[in-house]
Design a protein around this ligand. Structure first.
Ligand SMILES: [Zn+2]
Length: 326
């Protein structure tokens, strides 16, 4: 506990209050009981998301059958030279050495992660069987965000959170993630939390430890949730963050940002992810990165929206609401 307190004071972590990833959670308290919602099929989470920031070649459109048989002349001519095939992303380089030592037992190492288990959480066998998946969700997060992990991170699974309702903590200064689950809970949902927490490590990688420490909570949690989009949205049954915000609104959750946590932590994280999605689409990544780095502390609204984007947070909130409601 002392260690946790120290870290809390150091403000070098982020907690995730994942309580229930159900499709709509109007005005639920933060620390309500876990829902029985189950993760969607794992196969849906496996494909790597296309990173908005990364230009990927697209295969040429396949000629129609009629064209192929020479029966049609009203279809586009096939290119004489076939388009280049998409180049698969090379496997991430193994980061040598060991991640920081954590409580419990070291189960296994992947290319960039050391996996630990404590008592009365997932078994070592369950985590070992899941190891390749954790590495894949890291790759997906990196591809989505366009930033690559540069140092090993240790991920520990434990039963008891430091505070009720907390599901994960990212200690970006020391290269650690803690995830809190009971042994009978869904490993798939725990995997989404791992992805979110690794998202915070990628934020620290991209913006620097100091900027991450001072980041506006709206952007800090919104971005880590956005980085985990491929799994998080699946769990919500939404195909985009805009749709997710529409779902929440339809369920009675107000589209607010500064005080979003009054509607529960999960709802807040998702509304903030939707706002991050809106900002990156509307203003681009360069502006978003500058905005993130302008934060002056975890208080919602601490970033300098007016200077970086030319509008106040309240004006941007209005714009975002209009975008959601279009
Ligand atoms: Zn977080």
């Amino acid at each position: 506990m002392k260690r946790i307190t120290y870290r809390t004071l150091a403000l070098l972590f982020c907690g995730v209050m994942i309580v229930s990833l159900i499709a709509a959670r109007p005005l639920m308290p933060e620390a309500s009981a876990p829902s029985t919602h189950t993760l969607l099929a794992e196969s849906q989470a496996a494909p790597i998301a296309r990173a908005p920031a990364v230009v990927q070649p697209h295969p040429a459109p396949r000629p129609t059958r009629a064209y192929a048989r020479g029966l049609a002349d009203d279809v586009p001519r096939a290119p004489k030279t076939p388009a280049k095939r998409p180049v698969p992303r090379p496997a991430p380089a193994h980061i040598p050495g060991k991640g920081p030592r954590m409580r419990g037992t070291l189960v296994t190492q992947t290319a960039r992660l050391d996996l630990y288990v404590g008592k009365n959480t997932f078994s070592a066998d369950v985590i070992a069987a899941r190891a390749a998946k954790f590495e894949r969700v890291l790759i997906a997060a990196e591809d989505y965000f366009g930033t690559t992990l540069k140092r090993r991170v240790s991920v520990g699974f434990y039963r008891t959170p430091p505070k009720r309702g907390v599901r994960g903590m990212a200690y970006t200064d020391s290269g650690q993630v803690e995830v809190y689950y009971r042994s009978d809970e869904d490993i798939g949902r725990a995997t989404t939390i791992v992805m979110h927490e690794l998202g915070h490590h990628l934020e620290a990688q991209r913006y620097g430890e100091e900027n991450q420490r001072l980041a506006d909570t709206i952007l800090h949690e919104g971005l880590a949730t956005w980085i985990a989009s491929i799994r998080w949205l699946d769990q919500c049954g939404a195909s985009s963050w805009r749709e997710r915000a529409q779902q929440l609104k339809a369920a009675g959750v107000p589209l607010r940002l500064r005080t979003a946590e009054r509607s529960g932590a999960d709802n807040a994280y998702e509304l903030w992810a939707s706002f991050v999605d809106y900002l990156t689409r509307q203003y681009g990544w360069k502006a978003f990165d500058a905005l993130y780095a302008s934060g002056r502390g975890r208080a919602p609204g601490s970033a300098n929206y007016q200077r970086v984007l030319g509008k106040s947070l309240d004006a941007l909130t209005d714009d975002w609401q209009a975008w959601v409601e279009q």
